[in-house]
Ligand binder design. Structure first.
Ligand SMILES: [Zn+2]
Length: 234
């Protein structure tokens, strides 16, 4: 048994057992799906006092009940969870907090650097055209948040502003953020966002080749009226 294991073992009444277990499960799933590699990415879920958030410096498949952090709106560790030291909350907790403040309907946030969505973000390409109906229905427009320092209050402000009418954000030269009513919804949004980003990236490659010998493969983007009709189904 490691020291943190022992600390959890003697603290069986730690609250939010269900959310903790779900956070660990979704973290591992994000990592196994290749949506976040190395020690990048962070995930949180809202609680009555603040949020449970994955720790700094660990890969998402290393997140476990004995290293998840519980912080309040100021990023301070909540009483009863200090025994989890030396694990510190992700340095990007301020971004998560800004989203919970801006969007009372949002209860889970995932930040990742999934390859295709992050590539579009690095190329400053918002997803503002739709190649399939599912994208228009589930994602809507995916705005591009201008680059500011990761983990900074400036980025938190930009993100909170952009999220007032969007559940998926591209962060220029950085990565992606997805919001959900719960962790399950946030995970599936991230998975779909990455899938659509890959399609958009490949469609734009095909567009570039239009005029040579790829006429039959030219992507047909959905028009504004078609997108409006799809989104009216909600
Ligand atoms: Zn980041």
């Amino acid at each position: 048994m490691t020291l943190p294991d022992i600390l959890v073992a003697v603290q069986p009444t730690l609250p939010y057992r269900g959310l903790l277990a779900e956070l660990c499960r979704v973290s591992a799933r994000v990592y196994r799906s290749g949506l976040s590699r190395g020690t990048s990415g962070n995930i949180s879920v809202r609680t009555a006092e603040g949020m449970l958030i994955t720790p700094s410096g660990l890969a998402l498949d290393e997140v476990a009940e004995n290293n998840v952090c519980h912080v309040d709106a100021q990023g301070q560790t909540i009483d009863g969870w200090q025994t989890r030291l030396p694990f510190k909350p992700s340095s990007e907790w301020v971004i998560h907090q800004a989203l919970y403040h801006a969007r009372p309907d949002c209860h889970a946030v995932i930040h990742a650097h999934s390859v295709h969505a992050t590539l579009l973000a690095a190329c400053h390409q918002p997803i503002n055209r739709h190649i399939i109906a599912e994208s228009a229905y589930h994602l809507g427009t995916v705005p591009l948040v201008p680059y500011t320092m990761p983990g900074s209050h400036a980025l938190a402000n930009e993100v909170a502003h952009a999220a007032t009418d969007a559940n998926c954000l591209l962060l220029a030269n950085h990565g992606v953020l997805v919001l959900g009513e719960d962790l399950r919804e946030a995970f599936y949004r991230l998975e779909l966002l990455e899938t659509i980003a890959e399609m958009v990236y490949k469609a734009r490659l095909l567009e570039q080749q239009h005029g040579f010998d790829m006429e039959d493969l030219k992507p047909q983007w959905l028009g504004r009226e078609e997108v409006a009709a799809i989104q009216a189904l909600k």
